[in-house]
Design a protein around this ligand. Structure first.
Ligand SMILES: *[C@@H]1O[C@H](CO)[C@@H](O)[C@H](O)[C@H]1NC(C)=O
Ligand SMILES: *[C@@H]1O[C@H](CO)[C@@H](O)[C@H](O)[C@H]1NC(C)=O
Ligand SMILES: *[C@@H]1O[C@H](CO)[C@@H](O)[C@H](O)[C@H]1NC(C)=O
Ligand SMILES: *[C@@H]1O[C@H](CO)[C@@H](O)[C@H](O)[C@H]1NC(C)=O
Length: 442
C-alpha cells in the first residue's frame, strides 16, 4: 500500500503543524472601472475622494464593506496566476478580486510571511502602495487596502508569500496518508484566469496539475535537493477546477486522437490491472462527448487519478480528475457489476463536466443544480455509449426520478438513510436520498 511520500510519519506529525510551504503567487489584474462604478452607485460607500470611513455603528445594519460580502466585486478581473507551491505542507492560493483601491483575495488558513507587494504591469503607470492589510476570517478574504486608486484598463501584479498547514482534512490542499493532493473549490466560478503552475517536490515523486508537464529539473532550494516541475498554461478557467497532486503513484496510458489519457493509482492497484477498465472506457467516452457537444476536447491530456482518501466520489478538475478508489478502480476478480456500473457512469459524469461546467461555467453556485443536473443526465448517455448492452438508461427512472420523488416527499426524509451518492465535492443539494444501491442491476 502507498505510504506518505512527503514526510516520514513521525516527522509528518510535526511538519504537518509547523512545516512551511513557500508559495509565491503572482497575479496580474486588470481593472474594470465601469462595473465598479455602477456597483458603487448602489452601495453605501464613501464618495469623499476615496477615504474609507466606516459607517456609524448601528446595531442590525448589515455590513456593506466589500470584504463582508461573499461575492467578489467585479472591479478587478484576474488575467493569470503564476503559482509556485512547495508542498512540505501547503497553502491554498486563490481567487482574488478587488475594488479600485481595494484588493480582495480568497484566502483561508494561510499565514502571510512577507508583506504583499503590488507592481504595475505597464510602464508609465505607478502602482499604489498597500496601505493596510488584514484577514477577514468570516468571508475568507485577504483584504489589501491601497493608498490610491488602480487605473482602469491597466494591469497590475500582486506578489504574496505565505505558509499554511498541510492538514489531512480533505479540504483545500490537503495531506493524506498516501499522497498529497490539492483541489481548489468553492471559489468563484465566474472569474476565470490562466494558471501557470510550478510544483516543487521530492525526488522520486511525480507532480501533476491541470496542464501538461513542461519540464522537470533538479534544483537545490534551502539546501534540499528537490525537483521542480513546470506545467504548461491552463485554459482560461475557474479557480475551483485547479488541482495539484504529488505522489509516488504508477500510471497506465494510451492516446486517442492526440489526447494523452492516463490513469494514476497506487502502484499495487496499477500492477493488479485495476486501472484498465477506466483506461479502456475513457477514450471512447471522451470521443462520444466530443460528438455530443460538437466541440473538441480542448486539452492535450486527460489524467484521472484514484485517491485512497477523497471527500467526494470524484471531482472534475480540468484535465486532472480525482476519484475515490472505488469510483475508478475495477478488479475483475472481486469487483461487482454494480462497481463497474458506477465506474462507467462516474467517468462519464466527470468527462461530461469537461465541457459543461469547465468550458462553460455557471456564474455563481446557485446555478450548480444546472451543472450537476445536466452532468447527472448525460452520464447515462456516455455510459450507454461505452457499454451499449447494459440498457443503463433504464436506470434513470430508478436512480434519479424516484430519488427526486423521495426528496419531494419531505416527511419521509427523516426516515431515509443518509446515504448520499456524491459525485463531486459539492454534495447534492438534498439532505437525504434513497438508498443508492436499491434495485441496481446490470
Ligand atoms: C507567468 O509565467 C509565465 C510562464 O512561465 C511567464 O511567461 C509570465 O511572464 C509569468 N507572468 C508573470 C506575471 O510573472
Ligand atoms: C500561523 O499563525 C498562527 C498564529 O500566529 C500560528 O498559530 C500557526 O502555527 C501559523 N501556522 C503556520 C503554518 O505557520
Ligand atoms: C505510458 O506508459 C508507458 C509504460 O506503459 C511509459 O513508458 C510511458 O512513458 C507513458 N507515457 C506517458 C506519456 O506518460
Ligand atoms: C480492456 O481492453 C482490453 C483490450 O480490448 C481487453 O483485453 C481487456 O479485457 C479490457 N479490460 C477490462 C478490465 O475491461
Amino acid at each position: 500500500m502507498g505510504k506518505g511520500f512527503f514526510l516520514s510519519k513521525p516527522l509528518g506529525v510535526v511538519c504537518m503543524i509547523l512545516g512551511a510551504g513557500a508559495v509565491a503567487t503572482i497575479i496580474a489584474l486588470s481593472v474594470v472601472y465601469s462595473q465598479e462604478k455602477a456597483k458603487n452607485d448602489n452601495q453605501v460607500l464613501p464618495t469623499d475622494g476615496g477615504t474609507t470611513t466606516k459607517p456609524p455603528a448601528t446595531t442590525a445594519a448589515p455590513s456593506n464593506e466589500p470584504w463582508d460580502k461573499y461575492r467578489l466585486p467585479k472591479s478587478l478581473v484576474p488575467q493569470q496566476y503564476n503559482v509556485t507551491l512547495w508542498p512540505r505542507l501547503l497553502p491554498d492560493t486563490t481567487g482574488l478580486y478587488i475594488f479600485t483601491d481595494l484588493i480582495l483575495i480568497h484566502s483561508n488558513k494561510l499565514n502571510y510571511t512577507d508583506s504583499a507587494s503590488l507592481t504595475s504591469f505597464d510602464s508609465g503607470v505607478k502602482a499604489p502602495s498597500i496601505k493596510s492589510s488584514f484577514l477577514q476570517i468570516e468571508t475568507q478574504y485577504l483584504v489589501l487596502q491601497l493608498d490610491g486608486k488602480l487605473v482602469k484598463d491597466h494591469m497590475y501584479q500582486l506578489y504574496t508569500k505565505f505558509t499554511g498547514e498541510l492538514a489531512d482534512d480533505l479540504g483545500g490542499f490537503y495531506r493524506s496518508e498516501y499522497y498529497e493532493a490539492g483541489v481548489k473549490k468553492y471559489v468563484y466560478p465566474a472569474m476565470k484566469a490562466v494558471f501557470h503552475i510550478t510544483l516543487i517536490h521530492d525526488i522520486g515523486t511525480v507532480a501533476l496539475s491541470n496542464g501538461m508537464q513542461k519540464e522537470t529539473s533538479s534544483v537545490v532550494i534551502e539546501s534540499q535537493n528537490v525537483q521542480k516541475t513546470a506545467f504548461g498554461p491552463t485554459e482560461k478557467m475557474s479557480t475551483y477546477l485547479l488541482a495539484f497532486i504529488v505522489s509516488d503513484f504508477a500510471q497506465i496510458n494510451n492516446t486517442i486522437d492526440d489526447v494523452l489519457i492516463r490513469i494514476f493509482a497506487r502502484k499495487p492497484a496499477i500492477d493488479a490491472g485495476q486501472g484498465q477498465y477506466a483506461l479502456n472506457k475513457t477514450g471512447p467516452i471522451l470521443k462520444f462527448f466530443e460528438g455530443y457537444y460538437s466541440s473538441k476536447y480542448p486539452l492535450l491530456k486527460s489524467d484521472q487519478i484514484a485517491l485512497p482518501d477523497f471527500n467526494a466520489g470524484a471531482m472534475e478538475n480540468w484535465g486532472l480528475i480525482t476519484y475515490r478508489e472505488t469510483a475508478l478502480l475495477y478488479d475483475e476478480s472481486f469487483s461487482s457489476n454494480s462497481n463497474k456500473e458506477r465506474i462507467a457512469t462516474i467517468i462519464a459524469h466527470e468527462l461530461a463536466h469537461m465541457w459543461f461546467g469547465n468550458l462553460v461555467t455557471l456564474r455563481w453556485w446557485n446555478d450548480l443544480w444546472l451543472n450537476e443536473g445536466f452532468a447527472s443526465y448525460v452520464e447515462y448517455l456516455g455510459a450507454d455509449n461505452a457499454e451499449p448492452d447494459w440498457n443503463i438508461k433504464d436506470l434513470i427512472v430508478l436512480n434519479d426520478v424516484h430519488r427526486v420523488f423521495a426528496v419531494d416527499a419531505w416527511p419521509l426524509l427523516t426516515l431515509c438513510p443518509l446515504k448520499k451518492r456524491t459525485f463531486r465535492n459539492q454534495p447534492r443539494s438534498v439532505s437525504c436520498l434513497m438508498p443508492s444501491h436499491t434495485a441496481r442491476a446490470t
